[in-house]
Design a protein around this ligand. Structure first.
Ligand code: GAL
Length: 347
């Protein structure tokens, strides 16, 4: 039922509107005194996405203070249902949102949302779960904020290759070949497909001979990854030399399985992740993970807020330097154990 999934009308910032209107020159006067940004998440319990949106709230508060405009962020959880998400977007439009930020449940099903947005002339910023370009081209007021998936795969492959080649003990059976397994995110998600492909090809290009001994889909989820890793350990035991995880939560799930099976730390495979979430960084620092790749949630949140703001107050988008007028993609960065402190509060 409408309204039930709304989690919070989170932010109402800005007591300075009156002061600002008294002081600012007429030429920089914003057109609106308040804006409303709707956000819907594919799953509010996803570690990376929830940290991104937490930071988005912080950016909105800061922007409100800086501009003297009241910025209201209304957050919804689609909880894995595309039809619920479509309804939420309808509700946000009815509520008068100036812009809607959509973390699609199903990246192949944006049609209903696009049609509603176009009909009501409300711009949409898709984020983190990338729809195909043809869909983004369907209306001029559609945008995407995310990252370059292939880059994260390359960096993960570089970390894994460097550690494997630099540590003879990593080749547990001494056969000169890296026996590896992959923990994959959702089937069909751009980050899962591209990260796996590039991590593996990069390792090969960096001179590592590879033998794939297994893979499992664990939907970005720590508990699912633990279950899948426990099965792999049952099948392959000490043969696994490397776990390439599409994200940190799944890398942590693998660690949970190793710990639960009471495998001595010296016998653990190398484990590499992607995201640099707080828990991921802690595992890199403790040496449980060999490294991770920083998925710049702060950069993505900030870019999304700036774009949402500019669209809401009808400001020029030029300074945001959108790729093809539609895309903002933040770069990734490698995180080694000694770099963890540099990434703790963002890059
Ligand atoms: C990825 C991220 C994953 C997960 C996924 C959800 O970019 O690395 O941890 O959050 O997005 O779409």
């Amino acid at each position: 039922m409408r309204g039930k999934k709304q989690m919070s009308a989170a932010l109402i910032v800005c007591l300075l509107a009156g002061i600002a209107s008294g002081c600012a020159p007429a030429s920089v006067q914003p057109k609106k005194q308040s804006i409303r940004i709707g956000v819907t998440l594919y799953d509010q319990y996803d570690t990376f996405v929830s940290q991104l949106v937490e930071y988005f709230d912080i950016c909105a508060k800061e922007k409100g203070q800086e501009t003297g405009i009241e910025i209201n962020v209304v957050l919804y959880n689609a909880a894995g249902s595309q039809s619920a998400q479509n309804e939420q977007v309808g509700e946000m439009i009815e509520d008068g949102c100036d812009v809607i930020c959509v973390n699609l449940v199903d990246r192949t099903e944006p049609t209903t949302i696009i049609d509603m947005a176009e009909k009501n002339n409300v711009p949409v910023i898709f984020f983190n779960r990338e729809l195909v370009e043809e869909d983004l081209e369907r209306w001029e007021r559609l945008y995407y904020v995310g990252a370059k998936a292939f880059e994260s795969g390359i960096m993960e492959g570089e970390i894994a290759a460097e550690v494997f080649l630099g540590d003879p003990a990593a080749d547990k059976n001494g056969d000169g070949i890296c026996q590896y397994m992959v923990l994959e995110g959702e089937a069909g998600h751009q980050d899962a497909i591209v990260r796996t492909e590039y991590a593996v090809s990069t390792m090969t290009e960096n001179g590592v001979e590879l033998e794939k001994i297994g893979y499992a889909i664990a939907n970005w989820n720590r508990a699912q990854a633990q279950t899948k890793m426990a099965q792999m350990l049952g099948e392959h035991g000490n043969r696994i030399e490397l776990v390439l995880a599409n994200n940190d939560d799944m890398a942590l799930g693998a660690i949970d399985a190793l710990a639960a099976a009471e495998i001595p730390r010296a016998d653990w495979p190398l484990i590499v992740g992607i995201d640099g979430t707080d828990v991921g960084l802690a595992a890199v620092e403790s040496g449980e993970m060999a490294g991770t790749v920083y998925n710049d949630k702060e950069g993505q949140a900030e870019a999304m807020l700036e774009l949402a703001y500019a669209l809401s107050v009808e400001e020029d988008l030029e300074p945001l330097e959108l790729e093809n007028g539609k895309y903002i993609r933040m770069p990734y960065a490698k995180v080694w154990p000694e770099d963890v402190d540099d990434f703790r509060d963002g890059q």
